[in-house]
Ligand binder design. Structure first.
Ligand SMILES: O=P(O)(O)OC[C@H]1O[C@H](OP(=O)(O)OP(=O)(O)O)[C@H](O)[C@@H]1O
Length: 271
């Protein structure tokens, strides 16, 4: 007789309430926010910074797979099958027949994308998993204000038809980098993706506003929302309630409270 215990495995996102709409998920929890606080603090440099980024992404990617990916019922013999016909796991698993593409937005997104790629390969059929690469830089003017994002080169390994397309990038600041990358896929890469997912450690209200306007189909999972430069009336309100007044970017488009330029610190290259 079959045990139905794992026929419908419950999973519920633990997320912070907000008014940014159904495509935004703020999924920080006490454990991850502690690690992220450490990652953002002044004394955290190599090798600890990469260790923390990898740990945080390992968790975030699993959360996204649990929440977004389809499941499938399986009956898989265990090693005990040689001793008893009851040696079978019967229940749900993540459907391995799913296409997934993770995009390395170099440079801060390089390690996060590698973590995502490795985890996807252990979860779905590796033949269906791919990693693409985009060299991307925020462009600044003479006053060091960000004026846009530029693609310096890309290696795109094929189409994205019916694929989950993941953009794991630690900082969502102005949203320029993500919007440029998503537009490039929509304009130049063949196929209709099943879902476009942005996986961030920290996002700003400005980032969410830009993404939701330019690419409302993108689903954002972020551990933390930073709106530290907002006027006093914003603090204490539910995120998104006073969206137009919320501010998380300084004059140079760095996130506040933030954690500095992750790409710079992770690569020890201050350019
Ligand atoms: O939302 P946006 O304003 O576009 O900014 C965020 C981008 O900047 C950071 O990267 P990184 O430090 O690697 O690159 P940079 O040289 O573009 O600052 C970050 O990881 C994003 O890719």
């Amino acid at each position: 007789m079959r045990d139905t215990l794992y026929a419908n495995v419950p999973f519920q996102l633990s997320e912070m309430p907000h008014r940014y709409g159904p495509n935004v998920h703020l999924v920080g929890n006490p454990f991850l926010l502690s690690q992220l606080a450490k990652l953002c603090s002044k004394g955290t440099v190599q090798p600890e910074i990469n260790r923390l980024v990898a740990l945080l992404y390992s968790d975030l990617v699993k959360t996204v797979i649990n929440a977004e990916f389809p499941r499938k019922m399986v009956a898989m013999p265990t090693r005990m099958i040689d001793h008893t016909p009851q040696g079978m796991y019967q229940g749900e698993v993540i459907d391995p027949a799913v296409r997934a593409v993770t995009v390395n937005i170099a440079r801060a997104g390089t390690l996060p994308s590698q973590v995502a790629y490795d985890l996807l390969n252990t979860t779905v059929d590796p033949v269906l998993v791919r990693q693409d690469h985009i060299i991307m830089s925020r462009m600044i003017d003479a006053k060091e204000t960000v004026v846009g994002s530029n693609i310096g080169g890309a290696k795109i390994g094929g189409d994205i038809d019916d694929a989950f397309v993941l953009f794991p990038d630690p900082m969502g600041a102005t949203g320029g980098s993500l919007c440029t990358a998503v537009s490039m896929y929509k304009d130049k890469v063949h196929g209709t993706p099943r879902r476009i997912l942005s996986l961030n450690l920290i996002v700003t209200p400005e980032f969410l506003r830009r993404i939701s306007r330019e690419h409302p189909d993108v689903v954002v999972y972020a551990l933390r929302l930073d709106r530290g430069l907002s006027p006093p009336e914003v603090f204490g309100t539910v995120p998104g309630e006073l969206w137009e007044k919320e501010r998380g970017l300084d004059d140079r488009q760095y996130i506040v409270p933030g954690g500095g330029g992750f790409g710079e610190i992770m690569n020890n290259a201050y350019v």
